[in-house]
Unconditional design. Structure first.
Length: 209
């Protein structure tokens, strides 16, 4: 009696839902274990650290998109299964419960094998894609002073910024603008403190200029 169209439809839909749930489980395990399944392997032809980060982000995004698709697919299948379940339950009456239980047992037996296979696949991916930190990296100073000149700490800090560092270019009339801004700020001080602060500002402006 399992060869009727209605019961076969239920078996088909329940199997699809179960496999979809298993695929959701597999992809979530990939994200949790930070491994990339074969379908999400994306290669960028550059081995720089930036390209490696981009590649990993693209792979993670691919898995997340797959999860969104699977959740949507599962929702559609569940709605279809619900309608079919009501139809078949009405058709078979009291005989539907043992039929339904037999279908569930058949699907569960098959899915147990699928989940074991998925767990084994996750284990292999975790082993092959495990990232072992490199401990033999030597870091060298950016600047090596081969002269007899002793540089101050501030000078060495500037040199360590390397050749790509650009010194900020002051705008035309910057000293005039700075003095005007300082004077504006001084006028907001109590009258008894203005002359002293003005003297200090003038001295510092001369030093900057």
């Amino acid at each position: 009696m399992f060869h009727t169209t209605s019961s076969i439809q239920i078996l088909y839909l329940r199997t699809k839902v179960a496999k979809c749930s298993a695929n959701i489980y597999f992809n979530k395990q990939c994200l949790q274990n930070k491994v990339t399944p074969k379908y999400a392997q994306i290669k960028v032809p550059n081995t720089s650290p930036a390209s490696q980060i981009t590649t990993q982000k693209a792979r993670t995004l691919r898995i997340k998109e797959e999860l969104r698709f699977l959740h949507k697919k599962k929702e559609i299948l569940n709605r279809e299964l619900y309608r079919s379940h009501l139809q078949v339950a009405q058709e078979w009456g009291k005989w539907w419960d043992p039929i339904h239980e037999s279908i569930i047992q058949k699907i569960n037996t098959e899915m147990e094998r699928n989940y074991r296979a998925m767990d084994e696949k996750i284990r292999r991916l975790t082993q092959t894609q495990a990232r072992t930190p490199k401990t033999d990296i030597n870091f060298y100073p950016r600047v090596v002073n081969k002269t007899s000149i002793e540089f101050a700490d501030q000078e060495m800090e500037l040199l360590n910024k390397s050749l790509k560092y650009n010194l900020g270019k002051k705008q035309k009339g910057w000293i005039c603008n700075l003095s005007m801004e300082a004077e504006t700020a001084i006028t907001m001080l109590p009258p008894g403190e203005q002359d002293y602060v003005r003297h200090q500002v003038t001295k510092n402006l001369k030093k900057l200029y």
